[in-house]
Design a protein. Sequence first.
Length: 217
Amino acid sequence: MSQKINPIGIRVGTFLPWKSRWFSDDKTFKDNLIEDIRIRKALMERLKLAGITSVEIERLPKSMVIVMTVSRPGVVIGRGGTGIEDVKKFVLEEISKVRGKKIKDLKIDLRVNEVKNPELSAHLVASRIVGELERRMPSRRVVTRVMERVMQSGALGVKIVLGGRVDGAEISRVEKFKTGSVPSQTLRADIDYASVPALLKRGYVGVKVWIHKKPEE
């Protein structure tokens, strides 16, 4: 595996499960794929404050199971489960937009999983870096502090790459930071990866995070 291959994508189907799990014929495949993309994108934006890291979708003949992994489940569930009902209505609205008609008979089962250790989630770490960069904090100080917290949480290694007009530089550049072990060839290694863009005053800065976790016993 070279640096150009997504560490998650190359492990899907062998060591990691698919994010979308369903079967379809040629006629409905395109519509189902577009629905999954729209649902995943909408939920990632709506539940950003809940610390959402991933959305998995399973389709059955007359129902849909959506598994959301978040760092703060209480924000999603709400008081007495009212938050879950709001999310269900939101998902039905997104599906209705794609299909061009109102959907009523589709049963949606929402499941919420909690992130065990937020400091070892690449998406949450990348989002934290983006938030601090957008508040105009020095990139080197931000990345150094984040890497220390990740290593203290039990990671075997962490690598962070910033690309763009870092710290408002006139010419874009790529800065790489690494500590510990982050193998790029070992497929059995538990590598969590995320890429999140930061919209700064002078343009976008891409933030990529690799976290090498200890194998679960």
